[in-house]
Write a protein that binds this ligand. Sequence first.
Ligand SMILES: *Cc1c(COP(=O)(O)O)cnc(C)c1O
Length: 383
Amino acid sequence: MSHLVPFFSLQFIHRQVQEEIHRAIREVYEKNQFILGSQVQSFERAYAAYSGVPYCVGVANGLDALYISLKILGVSPTDEVIVPAHTYIATWLAISRAQAHIVPVDVDEQTMLIDVKKVASLISKKTKIILPVHLYGQPCNMEPLTDLAHKLGIAIVEDNAQAHGASDHKIKTGSFGQCNATSFYPTKNLGALGDGGAITTHSKAIYEQALSFRNYGSTERFVNPQIGINSRLDELQAAVLLIKLKYLDQWNEERKSLSAHYNATLTGVGDLLLPQTSAHQNHVFHLFVIRSKQRNELQAFLAAKGIETFIHYPTPPHLQKAYRHLGYQPGDFPISESLAATALSLPLWPGLSEQQVAFVCNAIRYFYENLSARNKSFSGVDS
Ligand SMILES: *Cc1c(COP(=O)(O)O)cnc(C)c1O
């Protein structure tokens, strides 16, 4: 089905950087070095600087970045990791792969992000790590979270897969935790032309361990002081990311400006709940997520008008079959469950036009106007 307003498109930004990227790919091709060469090193330096940390290690994807972070911080099967109940399931999968205990925490109803007060109530002697997720591009409220973690000697690992360039109190996400993970999946704010990920850290020791762990547990050929995995960012992806990183702020500004249009036009429409941000947060709008009790009808209505939308996410991890063994029931994390029932992500990408945003907003307004007209006539018949 072809959409008048697709949910996402790389067409615009890829046209913008086409020549630079073609040249960079050709250079890697002609140099004949594809793994752990100068492109990866340059990108790691550039992304570390961008994130406000001294060190970055490129890895194969975001899930590996999370897993490696947990392993380096010494997570063992008796340890607990506190993680939001409302996130993409990959955050949970990394904890499972590290064989630690998943301790889900419900999110804040307004921000849809990890709730620090609830985190405090879940701390036990076994709590090893708190894993906040800057979901939809919105930074978690990091000050109280880092205060709590420092006080208790618990490490923080940020899942920064959706928030490249976001900041809280002007401090970049991906620079708060001991070891932080991100993804360069093609649709993220900074996306490769395939899989990619990275770890960012302030610690030289963690940096050196990550360098080794991603490469069979080795930094010197045929010398293996530890058991590692193969999870490398490759030269072609690093070359592409190095170019796209230069444009990230510009593309994030575009996301923010389109989101401001959505916000201004949709304020007060129907029962819509719009994204809630604070002045100290720089939300980079990986997704523009609205909430409505009529979500399913609204989504179907928009689809009929040629507007493509998605639900992030229709089933929370604790209710997925994969996590049935944890024994959770509907009702255990009510806010996360209500988000699964009400959240709707509207089309958003750099290059989407203001006219397209206006078209989407008009369709949404029309939906609610007709809905109230329908409801009025129904109540007229009933009474
Ligand atoms: C995309 C994503 C991941 C996983 O990244 P991959 O590169 O696809 O492995 C993890 N967490 C969140 C929140 C994500 O959005």
